[in-house]
Design a protein around this ligand. Sequence first.
Ligand SMILES: [Zn+2]
Ligand SMILES: [Zn+2]
Length: 397
Amino acid sequence: MNSQELTSRFALTHDPESSRRTICGTDVIIHCHHYNSRIQRTIEGAAGIDGKKIFVRAAESVFSGMIRQAIRPGDSTAEKWEIAAALYSHLGYGKLDLSSLSTGLALGTQSHFVEGWNAGFPERKTPVCSLTSGYLQAAHLVVTGDPVSVREEECMVGGAKVCRFAVNRSRTEPAATYQRRPVPGPTGKPSTPAPSNIDQKKITEALVAMPIHGNNDGLLPAFNVYLANTPIDFYNLACFSFIEEMDRLKIGAAAKSQLMADSEYCGINTFQGIISSPEWAGLVGPMIKDQQRDTMHGIVAVSNALGWGNWQIVEHTPAQSLRLESRNGYEATGFLELRGKSQVPSCLMLTGAAAGIMELVYGEGSERERFGQFASRETTCRSCGGEACGFEVTEAS
Ligand SMILES: [Zn+2]
Ligand SMILES: [Zn+2]
């Protein structure tokens, strides 16, 4: 299949109103290798639950839908495998070698998650490519109709030359699926954004026009980090299931704090990479007149363009406080779609990231020292019936 055909099948659509990025009929959001490896570490590292299974099943259920959308009725079996591998690379997860599949073996020769773990937790030696295992299960299901179990036996993170995945065809467990109910879009009028010199529209247009997809290695180095396009449903299914399982052990609150902490680190780390990148200097740099205030607004504008939703700074006292409003954050919308109305706010990623970006712009010291210098809370959430989600960040006492 020629690359032009593949590119057209994976074409990005972007809705400026909602800030949603869609590939193969699936809403995706761009996060970097720091965030992805951190939440995986949180979910898979928790004692008393099978976090790896949560990660793999979320990937299997979401990517089977996505791969299905990429395939056309006339495609041959070989073409279907080719499309599945190409989509994996296009999204930025790395590179798959499926030439030995008939012997029950798949190889990963490049890996977004290995990059993430090596950057954040280089001591890790056991396999980290759980998302890949789930992706391969999804691909197998779509191409052959049969659910299989895929286990990573050897991983580059532990020093292996390639990641080796064993495909077991004697699986008895049914394929992972999920239901999503339709949810009406946000209602009411958005609050007026706080003033800044940042042209959000220009940033969004530039980032939407930018080819944010995997290179020849299936990796996506940009803004000083490795990015990946990940389905919103994957993050939501993995995080919601994790919290529910931890709730059963009566430690759901600790699980949420940890996910928020991961996002707070992401706010510091990821955006540190972004604001010191040549892409930022070229695109956002010329708009910055008031260094710190405009940097805050620039970061929020970039995050919206990456598919985080449409959140805006509505009040900001430099170095002291920040108030944000999100009208269609993927966590609140996802909770309503996947679980229904919530009793408590759902937007852990945005809550943590809001503190992280304040710490990045106004905090002092190393990343570790900045962490915790600001406190963030979600005061109202769309998943609880509010018109929008509201976040308040203040100096930590
Ligand atoms: Zn691996
Ligand atoms: Zn919310």
